[in-house]
Design a binder for this molecule. Structure first.
Ligand SMILES: Nc1ncnc2c1ncn2[C@@H]1O[C@H](COP(=O)(O)OP(=O)(O)OP(=O)(O)O)[C@@H](O)[C@H]1O
Ligand SMILES: [Mg+2]
Length: 456
């Protein structure tokens, strides 16, 4: 059973055309054989007619045996009352003189002959040809008629395959577009120029996509609302804990600190949930600005500098390039900060964190490279999943990278995470955005400002 519609059509049409071709071939072969044999018969009759018209005397009286080609017709002329033929072109062939008038088949010298006998008052004329020679001639003529079909059939298969592929190209294209649909890009499939047979399909898929987008948006709003609602009671809890702090007796301090840590953890989770919901939200009419990515990078480093210094981490931004991204500035800041804070969080004290910027075509990338423990290769593909944490010993909500991914997707960018391949342990986290090109003069001014801020 062939699953592909394209292959099914190609095979069905190809077989149909082949069957027609074979039937056509067989019939034209047969027709041409019959036609050829009628022509050969006509030739025998014509030769006989010539003999009657006085040509018989032209035949040598005693032709040499074997002087005649096997393929030629043999002519025998009898005169009434004579036992031997009056003339014969082949003395070795003895045809029965009393053969029935008209066409008949006779065996002479173990060979089958087709013979035409014509009775005249003054003579009997017999013109004969070997049946094997006739078969050869008719077959040769008939075989020639098969050539065009033999050549055309493979070409027809190719043509069928091309035509079917062309007709189904749109279907294949729609299939690829449908496959590219994911929760982050819920675009309806195009409906213009779609064949009428598939239009209802596309329409149903688009309705489904619309409903899916609505339910995803509902879920996102619910998360945002829930996180928002949880913030108030949590702030109250925090306040109460602060108020209680002076009254906790020494024996209960440790448990009290656990309680406060729990409150802080819940607070961070709620903050991350809100950020997640915001990053997933449709862009709407939010105003986009020209964001200087180099500034964002230096800002992110400056933000974590106090913690880094306290933990003896060597953090630095090198190889900066001047590039702007059209976006909401806080989004880009949040994405880069998440990567930097991961590097800070997961790199042991005294480690090194480097930030690089690089241009690649029309994209600009920020690489955050640390020399921490890295991530188990088997777990790497899951790090962008919500709530996934590869290292449960270190606190975190598991949402940071999902937020980064949502932000990258929002601006047509991308984010990747891989283990270092330069012999050291650690992670290379990269985020890229499409560059917003700037006029040359503005670019020169921007690069001057980058070099000052980088050296600062
Ligand atoms: N630079 C890194 N080195 C080692 N592991 C990392 C690094 N960055 C991320 N990870 C692993 O990937 C997991 C997911 O990271 P993600 O930023 O999404 O969540 P998180 O850091 O645990 O929490 P959050 O960022 O929401 O506070 C982390 O729990 C950690 O195990
Ligand atoms: Mg994180």
């Amino acid at each position: 059973m062939i699953k592909s519609l394209k292959n099914q059509l190609v095979v069905a049409l190809g077989l149909l055309v082949s069957v027609i071709g074979v039937v056509q071939g067989v019939s034209s072969y047969q027709l041409s054989k019959t036609g050829m044999s009628a022509l050969l018969d006509m030739r025998l009759e014509q030769v006989a007619a010539r003999m009657r018209d006085g040509f018989a005397e032209g035949i040598p009286t005693n032709p040499a045996r074997g002087s005649q080609d096997d393929r030629d017709v043999v002519v025998v002329v009898w005169k009434p009352g004579e036992a031997l033929p009056f003339r014969t072109t082949d003395p070795s062939a003895h045809f029965p003189r009393d053969a029935q008038p008209g066409f008949s088949g006779v065996t002479v010298n173990d060979e089958l002959w087709r013979i035409f006998t014509r009775q005249e008052p003054t003579m009997t004329i017999q013109v004969a040809q070997r049946s094997s020679v006739r078969r050869e001639i008719t077959q040769e003529a008939a075989t020639v008629t098969l050539w065009p079909i033999a050549v055309l059939l493979p070409l027809v298969w190719i043509a069928v395959a091309l035509v079917v592929r062309r007709s189904l190209r749109q279907l294949t294209q729609l299939g690829a577009e449908a496959q590219a649909i994911d929760a982050a890009h819920l675009q309806p499939l195009p409906t213009v120029g779609v064949p009428t047979e598939i239009a209802p399909f596309i329409h149903s898929i688009n309705t489904m996509i619309e409903r899916l987008a609505m339910s995803i948006e509902k879920e996102r709003k619910f998360i945002a609302d829930a996180a928002h609602e949880l913030r108030t009671p949590l702030t109250a809890l925090q306040l109460q804990a602060d108020n209680l702090a002076p009254h906790i007796v020494a024996g209960n301090q440790e448990r009290f600190q656990e309680l406060r840590k729990g409150i802080t953890r819940s607070g961070s989770l709620i903050t991350q949930l809100l950020r997640m919901a915001r990053a997933d939200a449709p862009m709407g009419g939010a105003p986009l600005t020209r964001v200087d990515l180099a500034e964002v990078v230096t800002g992110a480093v400056a933000d974590v500098l106090p913690i880094a210094l306290a933990r003896g981490l060597d953090i630095g931004a090198e190889e900066m390039v001047s590039a702007h991204v059209r976006a909401i500035e806080t989004d880009i800041g949040m994405a880069v900060k998440n990567l930097v804070s991961n590097a800070v969080r997961y790199t042991p004290d005294g480690g090194t964190i480097d930030l690089h910027m690089r241009r690649d075509g029309d994209m600009v990338w920020v690489d955050v490279i640390d020399n921490g423990p890295g991530i188990d290769e088997a777990l790497l593909p899951r790090v962008f999943d919500r709530f996934f944490r590869a290292n449960p010993d270190i606190e975190g909500s598991g949402l940071g990278l999902s937020i980064v991914k949502a932000i990258a997707a929002r601006y047509g960018g991308d984010v990747t995470l891989r283990n270092r391949d330069d012999g050291q342990s650690g992670i290379v986290a990269s985020i890229g955005f499409p560059v917003e090109e700037v006029p040359e003069r503005a670019a020169a001014a921007a690069s001057a400002s980058v070099s000052t801020s980088a050296s600062a």
